[in-house]
Design a protein around this ligand. Sequence first.
Ligand code: UD1
Length: 419
Amino acid sequence: MDIWHIRGGRRLEGACPVQGSKNASLPILAAAILAPLRCELHNVPRLRDVDAALRILRCLGCLAEQRENDVYIDSTTLSGCSIPHSLMEEMRSSVIFMGALLARCGEARLSLPGGCQLGKRPIDLHLAALRQLGAEIEEDGTDICCRAARLKGAEIALPFPSVGATENAMLAACAAKGTTTIRGAAKEPEIQALQAFLSRAGAGIGGAGSDTIRIEGFDSAARCVCRIIPDRIVASTLACAAAATGGDVSLCGIDPRHFSALLYFLNKAGCDIISSNRSVRIRSRGRLRAAGEIVTEPYPGFPTDAQPVLMAAMLQAEGETRIRETIFENRFRQVPELRRLGADIAVCGQTAEIRGVDRLHGAALTATDLRGGAAMIVAGLAACGDTVICDDGHVSRGYESFDRCLCALGADICFDHGI
Ligand code: UD1
């Protein structure tokens, strides 16, 4: 069990770099097996989920190692196409290996993925897209077996811009004969990052960032070097921590457009947002105002992953904030824990109403999931007194050295790993 000790009430101040993106790294790690490739990835965060992806790569026969924030992969030695359940269940993104294995081996044997319990997380759109590319898929509710003697380019129309289904379709389409068009594709920056990697690895691909992506074959490069983009959800968390503590924090190296939906609401709440090309300064001017009505949506809308941390920032804002969660059905799991700090939150179906209180007080909490745990840290930093968060490894799945990063900004926080 990891334990976070926070002495709240300190204003965050200063400048800090933002770690590399988890959600960009994981699909790129899967993409490294598309063809016999030697890859060098820079700015990869040191996280439990990244470690899980490296173990999957090694289990498939690849050489894969991380040194600080650099990852080296040699997929020329790939020798298998099965991933055991014990590895699949460690994270949601393990499912992206399905498209990559199918492309490389014509076969993938795996099981349903793990990840945060945010409600139903079906993979029907992933499977439908792979079937359209010519895969035959058997699944029994636990195990999945996909085969394709030869994948064929296809017109894929996604009824919802699923990030994971878009990534799986992009990877499998690289090995397909002929052109694939993915309509209704997800537009997240991580999709654009995957396209940039695939393009360097030899794919004829374009359109990521719009709702139509075209893949026109793959002529494998032998070697591929890539730098992972900064993490917009970690940036959002730090921005919310700055706002919640009345702070003044500059986030360096991040493209403000990648989290402009969050910055819009912090500005509405009374923070100054000073953006340049590659950095953002969040300066709070005293007590926040309620941010109004927030609805989570696919990118470029307000991200579901930033919802819990913005909720935490609004707990002491003057007035009422309403958050409607439209992506996941069980994404208010942090609420009962935040109430222990004195928060006034009412949940009705998929809507949470937060009435700002004058004061939060420290308490003992239990992290429920990755972003919910991060929300508890933000709230603990803003509360008076001591907060202790018991965390079954959730936060370290997505945040690298988060305690050190916050301490450098003046927080009083200490992290005990694996007690
Ligand atoms: C989601 C987020 C992504 C975030 C990631 C990690 C969205 C749209 N996606 O991606 O930004 O980085 O979590 O927390 O906000 N769905 C189906 N069938 C499928 C796949 C998905 O019905 O085959 C539904 C899900 O139940 C959910 C929605 O689509 O309601 C979002 O799915 P998707 O984008 O695929 O989720 P992730 O890839 O996990």
